[in-house]
Design a protein around this ligand. Structure first.
Ligand code: ZN
Length: 116
């Protein structure tokens, strides 16, 4: 069974010939972009990126960007990267902690029931 060897894969950005070290995956149903370690096999909606393009990556407007296993990104993350990671995590957490607005204000509809 033939396996893709990561060392042979290249960044998919136009004009970039750097070796790919990260895989970007779009999850359309969740409007989420996940940037993680190089995938071992090609998946639909996934793109390989070099460390530079991975570090510069920003999510499209209205999308979440989640970076996984930042310790695998080389060179090590700069302060800007850490800030971006922190923001991404904070954004995910705040979204998760914010439930859909419950329907409230039904108290005005309480009625007295017949006591018989
Ligand atoms: Zn690149």
């Amino acid at each position: 069974m033939a396996k893709l060897r990561p060392a042979t894969r290249r960044c998919t950005r136009t004009g970039c010939t750097s070796p790919a070290v990260l895989t970007l995956t779009y999850i359309y149903s969740d409007s989420t972009v996940v940037l993680g370690p190089l995938a071992t096999y090609a998946e639909p909606h996934s793109y390989d990126l070099c460390s530079e393009h991975g570090a510069k990556l920003t999510a499209p407007r209205g999308w979440e960007l989640i970076r996984l296993s930042s310790e695998e990104i080389e060179p090590g993350p700069s302060d800007d990267d850490l800030l971006a990671i922190a923001e991404a995590v904070r954004s995910v957490i705040s979204n998760a902690a914010e439930p859909h607005q419950p329907t409230i204000g039904r108290r005005g509809h309480l009625r007295a029931l017949p006591s018989d």
